[in-house]
Design a protein around this ligand. Sequence first.
Ligand code: NAD
Length: 260
Amino acid sequence: MQLKDKVAYITGSASGIGKEIAILFAQEGAKIIIADLNKEAADATAAELRATGAQAVGVAVDVTNEDQVNASVEEGAKAFGGIDILISNAGIQIVHPVEEFSFADWKKMLAIHLDGAFLTTKACLKHMYAQGRGGSVIYMGSVHSKEASLLKAPYVTAKHGLIGLAKTVAKEGAKHGVRANVICPGFVRTPLVEKQIPEQAKTLGISEEEVIKNVMLKETVDGEFTTTEDVARVALLFAGFPTNALTGQSLVVSHGWFMQ
Ligand code: NAD
């Protein structure tokens, strides 16, 4: 029970990596706010957690909308008595070569990944600072926070940007006992990645098997996908860490695809 009675607001937690983090954190005693664009899926995920005896609530949010972010954080904080952990995880992927990327898609990507991180951070810090019991802000980066790949200009740009935000929040939050860190996963087979496999195959003119073997997993030490469980374990390490000793960091979990 590393997170007993901590309140965690987790964006994009009706699916994939965010959902796995919600499940693990609930097992560790946290009260969970499932914040997602897909309200139906958020409610269903919250109900799944409650069925295991955990406390969880689903809230609707588009992380690019300031009013919705503020309202959903307030709703969650009111339900459970504050906010101790933010996992800024909601994300999407759009792939094109730079010269074909529409400006609208570029802005959409930066809005979800960067505006969303900023808005949720601002709304959650207000509670963490006022509560006076510290806190943990965790951003879902990527190996693409450290490394580039073909076709992913705004994703790579935004994921690099999260490291700058985390370092700043780490410095500003220290006097309140608020830590900020970034998790940088390699490829994880969630709906976000399943969608990319045929898209990349088409754009690169290769088979889907080749996309997996020669693009996604080529640089790993063992040809394996990272799992949602692997990422959730790293989130627990950051969330449960007791002091400011572990702050302003980014940790890569990628089967050795990227080694620092
Ligand atoms: P996913 O598609 O399984 O889940 C993403 C969730 O985010 C969905 O529930 C979706 O409804 C929600 N969402 C999308 N836009 C939103 C918005 N504007 N407001 C609120 N919620 C929104 O994806 P995933 O693979 O679990 O990705 C989660 C995070 O992990 C993303 O930030 C992604 O960039 C990052 N990541 C994923 C991988 C991977 O290989 N899957 C690797 C590294 C990093």
